[in-house]
Each structure stands twice: as C-alpha cells, then as structure tokens.
Write a protein of this length. Structure first.
Length: 241
C-alpha cells in the first residue's frame, strides 16, 4: 500500500539579517496536526539536496510540499548546501516538483510568493497557496497552523483555506497590521483582500480532503471468501477428473 506523505521544509540561514523564531513553532504545530494521519517528512534545515533526497526516497508518495522561511516572487531561501548554495529558484523548483507527479498542494509560506504561483500551476500542481505581500513571522505561523488544523480535521482544501483566512481577519481587524512589523498606521496599505491566496487548477482541486489520499483498507474476510470460492486450501478434496 502506498502511504501518503507531507514534506515540511523550513530554512532560516543564520547569516540572514532577520531571524524567524516562529519556524520551530510552525513545524511542531504541523507535526502535531498530521500525527497519525499521514507520514511526515520533516526538514527543519532544508537544503536543495535534502529536498531532492526526500522525493527520491519516497517516490509517488509526497502529496504536500510546504515551505516556511524567507522568500520572494522568484525563489525561496534555503540552508547552505555543501557548496554554499542557498537558492531555491522557483522556475526550476516548480518544474522539479511537478515532475514528481504526486504533489497535490504546494504551500509557500514566505514573503511575497504570489509571483511563483503560475510557475507551480504550469508545472501541473493542482493547488498552490502563496502570499501577496511580505508577511510577519508570527502571522505566517498562525495561518499555517489554522489551515492544516482544519485540513487534518477532515475539511477540504478550499474550506480549510477559507476558515484560516476568517481566523486571520478575526485576530487582526486592521489589515495594515498584517503586512508590516511597524505599529504606525499612517501609511495606507496596498490593495489586497488578504495576505494569502489559494489558486486552483479546477474546482475539484479545492474539494480534495486528506482522506482522499489514503488507499481504502481491504475488507475483512476477503481472503477467506476467495478460499471458499476457489476451494483454495482444500486441494485434497478437489476433483480433477
């Protein structure tokens, strides 16, 4: 039986000027949500070789690719690999993940990842969640926790996203507080209904639930029924004349 899995990748290079303490809490919250429901492949210090190794070791099994860390519209920032590379350029990464032909959802939980959406959609990913603006570390952690909390409770992707969005706006009445660490409210924010967007290849992609990825268990008694039908195990009594 093929056991579905989720790949949780996070990166927070120590030489970056802004550290993200919420990543550890986010990883733990997601581990708690998925525990006992789907296999979790955790990469808290994700490198590009590490991501590739997880896909190679679990072919056809990874249904969700979740990234948490620094990002922009062109790339995600990874931990340095053996050669010092930290780039996860979206054009190549999207193509690679699409080529695995198993991923149903990509969640890019970093700053302003909206411009990566088309690359992942064009590579065949049915559902992509991305950010419209720079996002606070704590807001990103809470949104991911709320989304996967609903999804792991049996809600489909669209409903889980809608519920997480509602909770985000419940906690933060003024959207300008979502987009910046600055407490001043003098400047008007750029137009955006939410700092998160969900893009779907079809309506059906939003109806997917966690349970849909699990293979149904074989009914009890299947083997015994086969034995009875074909007289397996009673060859001595069978008539071959």
């Amino acid at each position: 039986m093929t056991v579905p899995a989720v790949l949780l990748a996070a990166a927070n290079p120590l030489d970056h000027s802004v550290q993200l303490p919420g990543l550890v809490q986010e990883q733990q919250a997601l581990l708690d949500h998925f525990s006992g429901k789907i296999e979790v492949l955790s990469l808290p210090l994700a490198t590009l070789p590490g991501i590739v190794a997880r896909f190679n070791d679990h072919p056809g099994r990874i249904r969700i690719f979740h990234f948490a860390g620094h990002a922009n519209g062109r790339s995600i920032l990874l931990e340095p690999d053996a050669s010092g590379n930290t780039s996860g350029l979206a054009q190549g990464l999207a193509a690679y993940i699409g080529q695995q032909q198993s991923v149903s959802l990509v969640f890019l939980n970093g700053c302003a990842t909206r411009d990566q959406i088309k690359l992942f959609m064009d590579s065949g990913i049915p559902a992509v969640i991305a950010t419209t603006r720079p996002i606070q570390d704590d807001i990103a952690r809470q949104f991911a926790t709320d989304f996967y909390g609903s999804f792991c409770a049996g809600k489909n992707i669209q409903t889980a996203f809608d519920e997480a969005t509602s909770l985000l706006h419940t906690r933060h009445a003024d959207p300008r507080q979502i987009y910046t660490r600055d407490l001043g409210l003098d400047e008007q924010p750029e137009t955006a209904s939410s700092p998160y967007e969900l893009h779907l290849s079809s309506t059906g992609a939003g109806n997917v639930r966690l349970e849909d990825w699990k293979e149904p268990e074989k009914p009890a008694g299947t083997i015994q029924q086969a034995n009875n039908i074909y007289n397996i195990g009673h060859i001595d009594n069978a008539n071959f004349s």
